[in-house]
Structure formats: C-alpha cells, structure tokens
Design a protein around this ligand. Structure first.
Ligand code: SF4
Length: 229
C-alpha cells in the first residue's frame, strides 16, 4: 500500500464528519479525464513523496478526539489487498471510515461492509451500463457493487463527474434508471480541467451550471436525494 498524500482536515469529504483524507496510490482504471494522474500512473506515482504508515498512524493517534472520520480515497483503494487490515487499524483508533471507490471490487467492498471495517461509501458510476466497456471490461463488477450497496447495511452515495465530450443528458437518464431506488443519494459533480491523464481534457470547459441543473431536474424523481456538488 502506497500512501501518497494526507489532507489533514476536511469538512466536506465525509458527510457530517470532521475528517482527514488519505490518498492511496494506484488505480486499475485509466479514465482519460482523471485529474489525479499522480495517484494513477506508475511513472507519476514514483515521483510522489510518500507517507510512512507509522507517520500516518502517529498523526491519527494525535488527532483522536479532534477528528471524527478518515476518508480512504485514491487512485482506487480496493486494489490494495491489505485494505481491510489498514481500515481496521483506523477503526480501532475510534474513527469512522469512508471509502471512495470506482466499484470494481465488489468482493472487497462486501468484505469491508460485512466485517464492519467501513461506515460510508461513495461510489463513482462513471458511465451508463451499456457504455462501461469504454472504461472497464467487467461491468458485472460495477453492477455487483451497486447491489452490495443497495443492501443498505451502511450509508452510501453514488456520484458521477459530468464531463463535456463524454456525457450527454441521455446518459444520465440511463444511469438514473440503472441505479435508481427510493433511498438512493446521487450526486452530480462538475468537471475540473486540471492535469488530466489525457491532456486533451485539460482544454475542455466544464458544462455551464444550467446544464447540470437540467440534468438534475430530469433525474431527481429516481432518487431520494439528487444534488449537484
Ligand atoms: S478517475 Fe478515479 S477511477 Fe478513474 S483513473 Fe482516476 S482515480 Fe482511477
């Protein structure tokens, strides 16, 4: 497990909790619009300063009682086989743990939930089901992760970054029909054109707010909560 970053305080990454965010390097996806290439591309990861596990745990020990949660994000945290043990050590310090995931490892997700090693999940749903092969060959994994979360054993949300030149309004209707449910929270996030994996996305302007509002309006009936971030 490579710890490539630590945000020592965040009030927005974990709903309702004052948290720290731990960035774990490595990802099994190569979303061309990804703006975390320093956490994804092996040649970029090499250049990143690393944080030792013992330094991280010392920090978390020291912040006990001040912070409430720890967000595990990436890259893709579930590519790390020792994630359950890592998360357990954080939980043993009294923190709640939120996992950010691309949903490609339903087995690990289920294990983490069933073993009470995470408390909240934010899962990216990047494309409609019929287009997922553009990013990842095993859409059935994504589908299984959606199902695991819909068992409602812990709090969760789905989210999509809305990317001009990739998504259309129709795509969001398809995604909504795929993941819909009475208790589902779904967030639309506007794209930021920053140091993307494929440099051509750095020139792309985000959709205007009105475009996202139109999408939100049309898909809100499929969810308990549908918001723009
Ligand atoms: S956007 Fe997420 S899933 Fe896609 S390459 Fe970047 S870190 Fe990986």
């Amino acid at each position: 497990m490579i710890i490539a970053g630590l945000q020592k305080l965040t009030l927005i990454d974990y709903p309702g909790k004052i948290s720290a965010t731990v960035f774990l390097a490595g990802c099994n996806f190569r979303c061309p619009w990804c703006y975390s290439r320093e956490l994804v591309l092996p040649e970029e990861i090499k250049k990143q300063p690393k944080i030792l596990e013992k330094e991280l745990f010392k920090f978390l020990e020291d912040r006990k009682g001040l912070l409430e949660g720890v967000v595990l994000c990436g890259g893709e945290p579930t590519i790390n086989k020792d994630l359950p043990n890592f998360s357990e050590r954080i939980k043993n310090l009294g923190y709640s743990v939120k996992l950010d995931t691309n949903g490609s490892n339903p087995k690990m997700l289920k294990k983490l939930i069933d073993s009470d090693l995470i408390d909240y999940v934010a899962m990216d749903v990047k494309l409609p089901k019929e287009r997922y092969s553009e990013l990842y060959s095993k859409v059935e994994d994504i589908e299984k992760s959606i199902k695991v979360l819909k068992e409602n054993k812990i709090g969760f949300e789905f989210r999509t970054t809305v990317i001009p030149s990739v998504h259309t309004k129709e795509d969001f209707l398809k995604i909504a029909k795929w993941i819909e449910g009475p208790k589902i929270k779904y967030y639309l996030q506007n794209f930021r054109a920053e140091k993307t994996i494929d440099p051509k996305f750095e020139k792309i302007k985000p959709y205007p707010d009105k475009y996202l509002l139109d999408i939100q309006k049309s898909i809100s009936p499929f969810f308990e909560v549908c918001k723009i971030r």
